[in-house]
Design a protein around this ligand. Sequence first.
Ligand SMILES: Nc1ncnc2c1ncn2[C@@H]1O[C@H](COP(=O)(O)OP(=O)(O)O)[C@@H](O)[C@H]1O
Ligand SMILES: [Mg+2]
Length: 279
Amino acid sequence: MQTQQESRITIQGIELALACPDVLSYHWVGQQDVLEQLLAAWLVIDPKDIPLSPRLIGKPGVGKTTLAYAAAKAIGRDVYIFQCTMDTRPEDLLITPVIDKAGGIRYVASSLVTAMIQGQVCILDEGNRMGEKSWASLAPLLDARRYVESIVAGLKIAAHPNFRICVTTNEDASTFEIPEYIHSRLQPQIYIDFPEPEEEKRILSENLPFVDEAIIDYVVAFLHRAHISDERYTVRDGINIARYAAKRIKSVKDKPDMTGFLRQAIAMTLGDEALVYAL
Ligand SMILES: Nc1ncnc2c1ncn2[C@@H]1O[C@H](COP(=O)(O)OP(=O)(O)O)[C@@H](O)[C@H]1O
Ligand SMILES: [Mg+2]
């Protein structure tokens, strides 16, 4: 079994166990403007200046999480991703008490609080899945005060000057409205749109370097036709389709019917209605 050394820190006499960063092989391809917009929001241009807390918006699967991760890596920071859900409670975002082996209480810092303490980057992913109570606990962090207050641990924790945060939100049904006073703190909003076909091809090739170009080209053409009709299908769907079709093609002994397997992969990923955009 693999064990990971847990790191700890003591703040105001209270020992906190810290989270581990997310180590992923995400690279951003194309659309340099949105990367530059995000990096500019994080920039501090004067001793009296503070970084902004930008919000990435766009359909599920357009690359929001990937962009935030790549931007953090571009400035040489570790990345801590906090996945928000409708069950996320305020203490989950900050510090959770757990019972230790000896029956005492141990305080565990969230990935957000760990990033704040260490001066790294936190991605609050799919932030609009969590409710207003949880957002309320972040209000002081998202303005000039830059701290959070954990009622559970009785601690006020200030963000390290290098700490940066980015929130992603999805445009889909299973989400809450972000309260107005939080919305006004999550600025600027950076909109990620569908990439151009040439960029989409590079994204698919970057994610699936082992897949035949003919498969990639087919999927890029499919996605392009769907984008023109403003369908919700994104590059994530394209990656799943190409990956599955490549597996099917690899698994047959005789000469495979590439188009047949691709059409099937489209139907199995997105439903039969998506076939109107397939060749
Ligand atoms: N511009 C891009 N460069 C590299 N990969 C991308 C890009 N856009 C999307 N992807 C890929 O598409 C998939 C979905 O991206 P993700 O960031 O998870 O989307 P979102 O967070 O918007 O739902 C991932 O596998 C990601 O690697
Ligand atoms: Mg995401």
